[in-house]
Design a protein around this ligand. Structure first.
Ligand code: FNR
Length: 374
């Protein structure tokens, strides 16, 4: 098999295995967060309050279709379908990694073809930190994204036998951030973000961090299945690695507090305190299953919420129109939930109070202690 064929096969397995995982709605840390519901919310349902923007471009809801695939014929079909759904429902969507375009220019065509299904809607282009600047500029020039996503995926690379073994990325992220004219989002792929790494991004000054935590699609499991099938070594014990989306959102809150002057001398907080960083906008993804999970992310400080596995599964098993109907129902249900929890405006969602079950409460206390916060 040549490298091109291997890539086609890898992307196909990712889609198939992620689809299988998303077929079962797992319980995850969102179940350990409860929003405080007022019995007298003094609100009424109004779907118009969902209207918002993604980096200044209007969208119909604060959730979007997050990065999945690109660069093969199958990926082009999936992205084309997702682009049509995004156009009809008015939400944003991210293409999966377009790094392949830097190695094989002809692969740009598939992305352009999918883009043509939603030529004016807000999309995000996704690359890895080592994608050459020239290729990233070309992608931005041709695909006109509202922002650039740079994915960091150390666990996935580690479990992939053919994966990268060099995880030094912050300088590359900084270089790309300074080389492009659009906002930059740095995202995980399902293993979440810790305090120190969000602090590093704050210092670099990227516009947003998509924490993409544990709780949904699990690339340690996916890559391990591929590796074992090819006779590779067994990393199955890494299936629980990483911070959940909820834990990552708690970590982001700690970073915001450190940046806002709650100084600390702990080693984790050191880097965050030392230089004056700017807190990136927080995006949540990873294991989002329903509109209540979306609302929990917003209440915990996320500005936007990304969904991958769940939407992919509905698209592949029930088709494009079913996904469109699902997204419309998420929009109307999210409007109901906002009213139910007393939020008159979308921006007021972060004023909804929440409580944590003991396991998460204890995580938060331990992280705060590690960061020298009382
Ligand atoms: C992904 N994800 C992903 N992320 C990324 O930044 N670049 C990529 O190319 C891909 N590829 C990809 C393929 C497939 C099939 C899936 C399902 C996912 C990760 C994705 O954006 C997200 O971070 C995780 O999937 C966690 O979210 P969910 O799936 O739990 O909602």
């Amino acid at each position: 098999m040549n490298p091109g064929q291997r890539m086609v096969q890898r992307k196909r397995s990712h889609i198939r295995l992620a689809d299988e995982q998303a077929a079962v709605l797992q319980s995850n840390d969102f179940d350990l967060v409860s929003l405080v519901r007022p019995a007298l919310p003094e609100t009424r349902v109004d779907q118009r309050i969902l209207l918002t923007d993604l980096f200044g471009v209007p969208v119909s809801a604060p959730f979007f279709i997050n990065a999945m695939t690109g660069g093969t014929n199958e990926a082009t079909d999936i992205n084309g379908a997702l682009c049509r759904v995004a156009r009809k429902t008015g939400i944003a969507m991210a293409f999966g990694s377009a790094n392949i375009v830097s190695k094989d220019f002809s692969r740009l065509d598939g992305f352009l073809q999918a883009r043509a299904e939603n030529p004016d809607g807000p999309i995000l282009v996704n690359v890895n930190p080592t994608t050459p600047v020239e290729s990233v500029r070309l992608l931005i020039d041709r695909l006109k994204p509202v922002a650039l996503q740079i994915h960091v995926n150390a666990v996935q690379e580690a479990v992939m036998p053919e994966g990268d073994r060099d995880f030094r990325w912050i300088d590359d992220i900084e270089r790309l951030h300074h080389a492009v004219s659009v906002p930059v989002v740095v995202k995980e792929v399902g293993f979440g973000f810790d305090v120190a790494s969000i602090g590093m991004l704050a210092q670099v000054g990227v516009n947003a961090v998509d924490v993409s935590g544990k709780g949904g699609t699990n690339f340690a499991v996916i890559e391990n299945a591929r590796s074992l099938a090819a006779g590779g070594s067994d990393f199955s014990y890494l299936q629980g690695i990483g911070a959940s989306t909820v834990q990552s959102l708690l970590n982001a809150r700690i970073v915001a507090q450190l940046i806002n002057g709650h100084g600390s001398t702990s080693h984790i907080a050191h880097g965050v305190n030392e230089q004056e960083g700017t807190m990136p906008i927080v995006i949540a993804s990873g294991g989002v299953r329903n509109p209540l999970d979306v609302l929990k992310c917003l209440a915990m400080g996320a500005r936007w919420v990304g969904v991958s596995g769940r939407f992919l599964h509905v698209l592949l098993s029930d088709g494009e129109e079913a996904l469109e109907r699902l997204i419309e129902s998420w929009k109307s249900q999210l409007a109901v939930l906002l009213a139910l929890y007393g939020a008159k405006r979308l921006a007021a969602a972060d004023r909804i109070d929440w409580t944590l079950e003991p396991r998460l409460e204890s995580y938060l206390l331990q992280m705060r202690a590690l960061c020298g916060l009382e």
